[in-house]
Design a protein around this ligand. Structure first.
Ligand SMILES: Cc1cc2nc3c(=O)[nH]c(=O)nc-3n(C[C@H](O)[C@H](O)[C@H](O)COP(=O)(O)OP(=O)(O)OC[C@H]3O[C@@H](n4cnc5c(N)ncnc54)[C@H](O)[C@@H]3O)c2cc1C
Length: 504
């Protein structure tokens, strides 16, 4: 089969990206080094914006039965948690779902959409010229194959071969401390036995299959490099040191050490090679943001790269991926560095008064609604906003569209996110108005779902908005509040051309 886009890596980012590309009709092949899907899960959480993305693509029904929801998430391990339930979303919660489950759902979806997934294929190198890419791959049995395509995307994790082949720098800081995780089949069964561990800053979480996960930072072992394996004896000794008991842990299924090396790619694109997920940014897993950020990278890149492949991308659209997502990557890495510093400081100097006072102060600040909201907006990624080039653009532009209910003639959608299920633009007149389907006409009809909402639930962000163009990733491309039909029509044509390309 001819391939348009080669995605390197079948982690959550690569699978999500492949789904987005295939949804837009792009022939996509994933090359994955592992012969089998990963059984153990580093990540356990989907934060609100990722849950919204699954909702926008009609995938949420597959996730919800597998997970448990909690109304917020911790910040730097402080007792007062971020309150996601206060945020402006139908999905103001964290969904506890193991990374392996997320990958399985996305793989199932990718296969349904026709993505070819080649497991046991390790990418050794990537070359590009002005028109195509060639990906050299070791295939099962030990032979090699060169796979050709029009673009390649490195979703191949922190040590990305694609990033190196593209010559993209990965500046940042080396590991200075490490944490440890362990999944156990046996723990102390006495009621409340694990509460002491939790009260001493150890994360203890039930996993499916009767496993229990422990994650800790042990001040006496934080200097051990992440490449050094963890033994059960070490794990028990650390737990005993931190909590006064080894928590009865036995039957380890997975023990792992992870570090705080923090790096951000110098660019997310070099010609026909692009980067997403951990290939573009690595950091300490503070507040569980890595997988979530990778999914959101994929959602931003998918439709833009599909537009380039399908030949309608307006100038600059593909480059806007780097312009929009790299600042988000920078903000996530900084946020995790702040959390790591706070956790480290309070751990190392746990029994000293100034550190305890600092921790108490930060905890008190988190109790303030405005502070909590600001950090919750950031960690949930609901606050991600892509600033428009035009300073006079409507304040809605670049923000995520709220998922308001609607009732539109000729459309079965009952809320805005349902309009996005096919990965197209949505053009909406929230307060009724002109027949938008005719306005979009045949020229943009294949890329834009146009509805005239006879009723659209009120939402402060939409007050006074007469027409809005929503991008396939759920962010607002254009909005207007003018009631002058002629002016609005001209603005609409400019916006459609700028975002959805010239009419076909
Ligand atoms: C302890 C811990 C807890 C975490 N908890 C959370 C959490 O709760 N929430 C959260 O959002 N994030 C969390 N993370 C981070 C999260 O696990 C990662 O950010 C996420 O896995 C990144 O996904 P990815 O698809 O970009 O990369 P990966 O998951 O690293 O996937 C890369 C894929 O590429 C493949 N690959 C690599 N090289 C090649 C090659 N040369 N050829 C072919 N294939 C290749 C790999 O086999 C792999 O399948 C945690 C991380 C750790 C360490």
């Amino acid at each position: 089969m001819h391939t348009d886009v080669i995605v390197v890596g079948a982690g959550p980012t690569g699978l999500m990206l492949a789904c987005e590309l295939a949804l837009a009709g792009v022939r996509t092949r994933i090359l994955e080094r592992r012969a089998e899907p990963q059984r153990d899960s580093r990540a356990l959480s989907l934060h609100p914006r990722s849950v919204e993305l699954m909702d926008q693509r009609g995938l949420l029904d597959r996730f919800l039965p597998l997970g448990r929801t909690v109304p917020g998430w911790h910040f730097a391990g402080l007792p007062t948690h971020l309150d996601f339930s206060a945020l402006d979303s139908r999905h103001g919660y964290t969904l506890f779902v193991a990374q392996a489950r997320t990958e399985a759902i996305l793989q199932e979806r990718a296969i349904e959409l026709g993505v070819e997934i080649s497991r046991g294929h390790e990418v050794l190198g990537v070359r590009q010229d002005g028109e195509k890419v060639a990906v050299d791959t070791r295939v099962p049995g030990g032979g090699t194959e060169t796979v050709h395509g029009r673009y390649a995307v490195g979703c191949d994790g922190g040590r990305s071969v694609v990033r190196q082949a593209a010559g993209i720098g990965f500046p940042g800081t080396d590991e200075t401390l490490t944490g440890v995780l362990g999944d156990f089949t046996v723990v102390d069964p006495r009621p409340g036995a694990l509460d002491a561990a939790r009260s001493r800053g150890v994360i203890v979480a039930p996993l499916e299959g009767g496993l229990t996960r422990f994650v800790y930072l042990d001040p006496e072992r934080m200097g051990v490099p992440s490449r050094e394996p963890v033994t059960l004896e070490e794990f028990r000794a650390s737990l005993t040191r931190i909590t006064g008991s080894d928590c009865g842990v036995a039957g380890p299924r997975w023990l792992s050490r992870f570090g705080n090396a923090t790096r951000l790619a110098e660019s997310y694109r070099a010609g026909r090679l692009l980067l997403a997920g951990d290939a573009a940014h690595i950091h300490f897993p503070a507040a569980g943001q890595g997988l979530n950020t990778g999914l959101q990278d994929a959602m931003n890149l998918g439709w833009k790269l599909a537009a380039a492949v399908n030949g309608w991308a307006p100038p600059g659209l593909l480059d806007s991926y780097d312009a929009e997502r790299r600042p988000v990557g920078r903000s996530v890495t900084e946020n995790t560095e702040i959390q790591t510093l706070l956790a480290e400081l309070t751990l190392i100097t746990r029994y000293q008064r100034p550190a305890a006072a600092l921790r108490a102060l930060f905890d008190e600040l988190l109790g303030m609604r405005e502070v909590n909201r600001r950090l919750a907006d950031q960690v949930s990624a609901l606050g991600v906003h892509y600033p428009p080039a035009d300073p006079d653009a409507d304040p809605l532009v670049g923000r995520r569209i709220p998922d308001v209910g609607l009732s539109a003639a000729g459309s079965e959608a009952t809320r805005v996110y349902e309009l996005l299920a096919r990965g197209r633009f949505a053009l909406l007149a929230p307060a009724g108005g002109p027949a938008l389907r005719e306005a979009v006409g045949a020229g943009w009809g294949a890329r834009v779902t146009a509805v005239t909402a006879a009723t659209c639930d009120g939402h402060p962000d939409l007050d006074g908005v007469t027409e809005v163009l929503v991008r396939p990733d759920g962010h607002v491309a254009w909005a207007t509040r003018t009631t002058d039909a002629g002016a609005r029509g001209e603005e609409r044509i400019r916006a459609l051309t700028a975002w959805a390309g010239a009419p076909s």
